[in-house]
Design a protein around this ligand. Structure first.
Ligand SMILES: *Cc1c(COP(=O)(O)O)cnc(C)c1O
Length: 395
């Protein structure tokens, strides 16, 4: 009999009843160090007192009103994002995949309004993840996500990751935009090198096509800059955001330049919940905290400490781990044994990690994890690796 919850997830036998900072707690009191953050969502950890205060205060006043009216919390968050980024304008969604839908619609509408309606194609890269909606799976294109869900939304091409020659060759007079994650998350923590990201920007500029960056996972401070593309000194035309922006409240956004957004006039897009007062009040507080002068500097310091400890971990367990990859607090350990086994051994040693493609485990801790917690987490990973070694040496 089918379970009452649609069985699209293979769930681990864990059930948390409470979260505190970097910790997740089960009913029996077992405390896990959380290096997953709900997949890069809880950027300020669990139950951050200022976010709890903001959420409860807003809940007492007003949960929801329609976008038919002005929403000051939404205005405030949009103003902050415009102030801190390349963007001139922002649309709020509830998730990453909804941000993908709008990014694709916006790029196509841009060309339509320019009188070039045949420019509809979006060029993406293998290993990408852009969410589970029809546009999201078509944009990523992998068989795993698309099989059985045809006919797929047409107008997407996929190139090998970071293949600049292929990108130049693929752009033609049907191309509307290029879409990519500056650091692929689900694809196995694969950063695009800064000089290649600059080259993508140059190729797009030369051809006059739009660049859409998906910073749903790598944005909101995760790499040590507010958005990952800042490291390369470039800016997109359109950017998808979600996950960390709400700190755990379902919130997403599409940020765009005035030119890229020029087709999106009144009535062309909408959302019932997107940008509602509860979500935007919380998102505003997250932005305030992440924008504090020392916040990102501290993220970079923690990232350095974690990376160094992970390099040591890999060196002491060469049969379990192959390498550390990634940037900032978006790190991956490429495994030599099955990554699922490493994640499971982590659970047994009370540390949470997240599997990704390419046999990688992802480490995406809260951005405010302490150095003591980092040390403790790596000790637990060390114990997990030792447990795997003792099993494999006993067979
Ligand atoms: C998670 C993710 C998405 C999809 O976000 P949802 O909120 O699950 O719809 C899109 N792009 C990237 C890079 C992601 O990591």
């Amino acid at each position: 009999m089918i379970p009452s919850v649609l069985p699209t997830y293979n769930r681990a036998p864990l059930e948390f009843v409470k979260g505190e900072g970097s910790w997740l707690i089960e009913a029996d009191g077992r405390r896990f160090l959380d290096l997953g953050s709900g997949i890069a969502v809880n950027v300020l950890g669990h139950a951050h007192p200022e976010l709890v205060a903001t959420l409860t205060e807003q809940a007492r006043n007003l949960w929801h009103v329609s976008n038919l009216y002005h929403i000051p919390q939404q205005q405030k968050l949009a103003d902050m994002l415009v102030d801190k980024t390349f963007a001139d304008t922002v649309f709020f969604t509830n998730s990453g995949t909804e941000s993908c839908e709008l990014a694709v619609k916006m790029a196509r509408k841009y060309w339509y309004e320019k009188g070039v309606p045949e420019r509809v194609e979006i060029i993406g890269f293998e290993g990408a993840f852009h969410g589970r909606s029809s546009a999201g799976i078509a944009a990523a294109g992998s068989e795993k996500m698309t099989t059985g869900f045809g006919p797929l939304l047409p107008g997407f091409k996929h190139l090998a990751w970071s293949d600049m020659a292929a990108l130049k060759a693929a752009i033609d007079d049907k191309t509307a935009a290029v879409i990519l994650e500056p650091v692929q998350g689900e694809g196995g923590i694969r950063p695009m090198a800064d000089d290649m990201l600059r080259e993508v920007r140059e190729i797009c500029d030369a051809a006059g096509v739009l660049l859409i960056l998906d910073e749903v996972q790598c944005g909101m401070g995760r790499t040590g800059r507010l958005f990952a593309h800042e490291w390369a000194g470039i800016a997109p035309d359109i950017m998808m955001v979600a996950k960390g922006i709400g700190g755990g409240f379902p919130l997403g956004a599409v940020l765009a330049t005035e030119a890229a957004a020029s087709g999106m006039t009144a009535g062309t897009h909408g959302s019932t919940y997107g940008g509602n007062p509860l979500g935007c009040a919380v998102g505003g507080k997250v932005m305030e905290i992440v924008s504090e002068p020392d916040f990102l500097g501290a993220v970079n310091a923690r990232a350095g400490a974690l990376r160094q400890k992970l390099e040591g971990l890999v060196a002491s367990h060469p049969e379990v781990f192959e390498e550390v990859r990634g940037t900032g607090l978006m790190l991956g350990l490429k495994c030599r044994v099955s990554n699922a086994d490493v994640v499971k051994a982590g659970y047994d040693n009370l540390v949470i990690t997240v599997p990704a493609a390419d046999n990688v485990i992802r480490l995406l801790p809260p951005l405010n994890i302490t150095e003591d917690e980092i040390a403790e987490a790596v000790e637990r990973l060390d114990a997990a690796a030792a447990a795997i070694e003792s099993v494999s040496s006993s067979v």
